[in-house]
Design a protein around this ligand. Structure first.
Ligand SMILES: Nc1nc2c(c(=O)[nH]1)N[C@H]1C(S)=C(S)[C@@H](COP(=O)(O)O)O[C@H]1N2
Ligand SMILES: [Mo]
Length: 534
């Protein structure tokens, strides 16, 4: 692991300064006087403690935040590097969770770069299990967001918001007095959290609910190729896509820190009383809350173990569950925005990660040996006019160039210029029969576990002006590593859809009859979701 210290200091140094200031105040003036914060219990229902809906949403939130953190870490370990630049050039990462420096004397694919993560931490654990991790991440986020909306809605519907939302600036100096206590390891006298929080606690909870959680959601979207290739300004709000990804990670770190501090203080400030309040909404000092609370935590552990088990033993079920639940929702938000973002020549990435295995079959090697002069793209299936086209034929049919941002499912990105035939022109030429819904692209190359690599896209996506059969990259004929002689570009999707070393194109009514029927090699073998637009 390596951390570039300077950028990290940006985040850590304010905290260091605050703690130093707290000690300075302690040494010079002693511990500050404590204001208990405004006691709201007399004027409203807050004196009754936490209502049932609040206790339930708090618990549901706990379950899903754990699932989100674990699956998120698994996704991160598939490309264990974080950058501030969009090109992901090796050596420029500010955080590297792998000992490996990218070799320059040989090809090092992004897939090889993936790291092992213990199943105790990651969901589902192991190496390159990003397909399953994403299913859990997206399934969890749906329930987490719905739960969050219910919570916030009821918070404002019932007056419980008064616990969380500060209504006076006085909270700042009051919270500081508490901070001086905690930071110098003194437990301040606490108000009874049953009816109201101490000022620092209130600010902390407010920040988590109304700042941190929304930021996690919006930075999540900044990693979506469908969304960001449509709304180019969106990832530019924080700076670029990799800054969004880095912030998404840092938010996770703050969540973890919050959970640790939160739980520690629940333990230290009257554990039994707190647990009765959190679990039962009662103001007792008996053991019932602790007992039931531990049972609840046990259930979260069991559900996490079950999630791991399902990922290992029933991956196809999870894949199909995600297809049934996640795809319609995410599709609603992300299927319609059509990609249009283009970049400037100056923005082209100096380095572009490589993925996939170079074809080893004699057919491709034969074509490659004489510059693909004898190569013929075979276009077949449910079409009126099946064709076989040379590279010269393809060029004659039309050429479009575009400078676009590539998003790999693993997390890296890069900008390149692509030149090729818009797939829509080919569709016009071959005339799909009525009922054709999908286009399958087959590769000369094999997938990671052997067998032909392929993927598919909807006819609608095939018709988009930014969908290309590319034969050029950065104004030069496509080189071997990036997919010579022909590769797909489909700019509202993740990289794994963009088949390289294209052998043939088939028009079909449904992808169910193709290989294992999930729509692509990674979908068949690595349980990737059909939803490749986030
Ligand atoms: N034939 C084939 N095409 C493939 C792959 C592969 O493994 N085999 N990997 C895909 C993935 S995961 C990505 S991110 C892109 C990477 O394209 P690049 O190597 O040009 O960066 O190619 C895609 N096309
Ligand atoms: Mo990828």
């Amino acid at each position: 692991m390596r951390i570039r210290v300077r950028p990290l200091l940006l985040f850590v140094s304010p905290l260091v300064i605050l703690v130093a200031a707290a000690y300075l105040q302690l040494v010079m003036f002693g511990l500050p006087a404590i204001s208990p914060g405004s006691d709201l219990s007399a004027s409203n229902s807050l004196a009754q403690g936490f209502p049932a809906w609040l206790r339930v949403t708090h618990y549901v939130n706990f379950l899903f935040i754990i699932l989100l953190i674990r699956s998120g870490l698994q996704i991160l370990m598939d490309h264990p590097r974080l950058y501030w630049n969009v090109h992901c050039t090796p050596g420029t990462e500010w955080l590297r969770l792998t000992p490996i420096e990218v070799p320059t004397d040989r090809v090092w694919t992004a897939k090889e770069d993936a790291r092992y993560l213990s199943p105790w931490i990651g969901l589902p654990g192991d190496r390159h299990t990003i397909g399953m991790a994403r299913h859990w991440h997206f399934l969890s986020v749906l329930f987490w967001v719905v739960n969050g909306f219910i919570y916030v809605g009821l918070l404002f519907g019932t007056g419980q918001w008064r616990r969380l939302v500060p209504t006076s600036w006085q909270i700042v100096p009051d919270a500081w007095a508490y901070f001086v206590h905690y930071a110098t390891f003194h437990l301040p006298p606490e108000p009874d959290a049953f009816s109201h929080y101490n000022p620092l606690q209130q600010m902390g909870y407010f920040g988590v609910v109304f700042v941190l959680a929304p930021l996690a959601i919006v930075t999540g979207f900044s990693m979506s190729p469908a969304f960001t290739n449509r709304f180019k300004w969106y990832p530019q709000l924080p700076g670029n896509r990799q800054i969004g990804r880095s912030i998404h990670f840092l938010i996770m770190c703050v969540f973890v820190a919050f959970v640790v501090i939160h739980v520690t203080l629940v333990l230290l400030t009257g554990f039994a009383k707190n647990m009765n309040g959190i679990v039962l909404g009662r103001h007792d000092r008996n053991w019932t809350g602790i007992f039931l609370g531990l049972l609840g935590i046990g259930l979260v552990v069991v559900l996490n173990a079950l999630a791991n088990w399902m990922a290992w033993k029933r991956p196809r079920t999870i894949q199909h569950l995600a297809k049934a639940i996640v795809s319609p929702v995410m599709g609603f938000f992300l299927n319609s925005p059509e990609p249009q973002a283009e970049f400037l020549r100056e923005e082209i990435s100096p380095f572009f990660w490589v993925n996939g295995k170079l074809p080893t079959c004699d057919e491709w090697k034969g074509f490659a040996s004489n510059g693909f002069k004898d190569y013929r793209l075979k276009v077949f299936g449910a079409v009126e006019n099946p064709v076989e086209l040379s590279l010269i034929d393809l060029r004659a049919l039309g050429e479009k160039t575009q400078i676009t941002l590539h998003h790999c499912i693993q997390g890296w990105s890069g900008i390149a210029e692509w030149g090729g035939l818009p797939l829509a022109e080919l569709v016009k030429l071959v005339q799909p029969k009525p009922g054709v819904r999908a286009v399958v692209i087959y590769s000369f190359g094999e997938g990671a576990g052997g067998g032909q690599f392929y993927d598919s896209l909807s006819l609608k996506n095939a018709m988009h002006p930014q969908t290309l059969l590319a034969y050029e990259m950065n104004s030069e004929p496509l080189n071997d590593l990036h997919g010579a002689p022909l590769r797909l570009r489909v700019e509202n999707q993740l990289g794994f859809k963009m088949v390289k070393w294209i052998q043939s194109v088939e028009f079909v009514e449904s992808v169910h009859a193709v290989y294992q029927g999930e729509g692509g090699y990674n979908e068949d073998h690595e349980y990737f979701g059909e939803l490749a637009n986030i």
